[in-house]
Design a binder for this molecule. Sequence first.
Ligand code: PLP
Ligand code: COI
Length: 356
Amino acid sequence: MLDIRIEKTTAPKQKPSADQPLGFGKIFTDHMFVMNYTEGQGWHDARIVPFSNISLSPAAMVYHYGQEMFEGLKAYKGADGKSYLFRPDMNAKRTNATNDRLVIPQIPVEDFVQAVKAVVKVDEDWIPTAPGTSLYVRPFIIATDEFLGVAPSKTYLFIIILSPSGAYYASGLKPVGIWIEDEYVRAVKGGMGFAKTGGNYAASLIAQVKAHDEGFSQVLWLDGVERKYIEEVGAMNIFFKINGTIVTPELSGSILPGITRDSVLNLCRNWGLPVEERKVSVDELLAAQADGSLEEVFGTGTAAVISPVGKLRYKDDIMTIADGDIGEISQKLYDTVTGIQLGKLDDPFGWRVCID
Ligand code: PLP
Ligand code: COI
């Protein structure tokens, strides 16, 4: 259990108005959570302080060798006026999986969840309530030793910032166009693909720029060895409905184990749909498209929730999915996941966590 000191701001910022378009990750609340790690002492000095710039030595290790991690989850205002999180323990566990890979010290799951709850509680009036909006929660850890040698840092900062946000894609629930990348790769097994760390996203930028230039909103990565099997999208896992079966790439070590992915798999199995986690090749998708059995494609992620895919490009082939409309399962999953998150639907799996 953390002992969290709270220092409230004396200069609260103007909150966005109810009808203001928020965008994603552009506006920040009044406070942030901060905690230090020092070798020999462990995590210490947990505090909630006014949101502000941080000051680090230009030699801080994070700037040079990228020893850092981040997470993403959301807080919502329920129909009962209380504030809720969605499966925050999963983010805590994934933090520790990432930390293991990056040789960052572990944070006890209950401390991570306590810190998220505490900072959201302080800024709960910032949780937006317009349809499709939420308070995006961004925990992250950075290596802070002033040292240019390549080694794990002995000091770290764990920070949580909060951003009232709308849909991740400007198009909202409108199907997006996705570029299957055949030149660059994001990750390979044994690398960091399963970890949520900045380097994976830095590696993705060049293909994202290429895809944007061609009029596509995101990149779909192929495996780094054969460039044959589907991995995941830049900020989402990917699902296909092929001839009635829900198919998603298996967790191979090079893709992020998405919490929304896990929730969608649970829901589909609960609805009695046939579900497969396995290798999916681009050739299989092209064949399914050709014979009409590729019925739906959608991405899953905290920021994007469920994002229908209307168009997939691979080399010279453009596949139009479900006539470019949102598919039936994609819509049902969006309604169910957001319904549980907002407390409009029952929560049979116990995913919603109330911030008391
Ligand atoms: N894959 C990548 C690369 C991501 O950045 C994300 C977003 O967090 C996801 C998948 C989806 O994960 P989650 O559903 O836990 O948000
Ligand atoms: C999330 O969905 O929480 C993410 O972290 C995606 C992000 C890279 C914007």
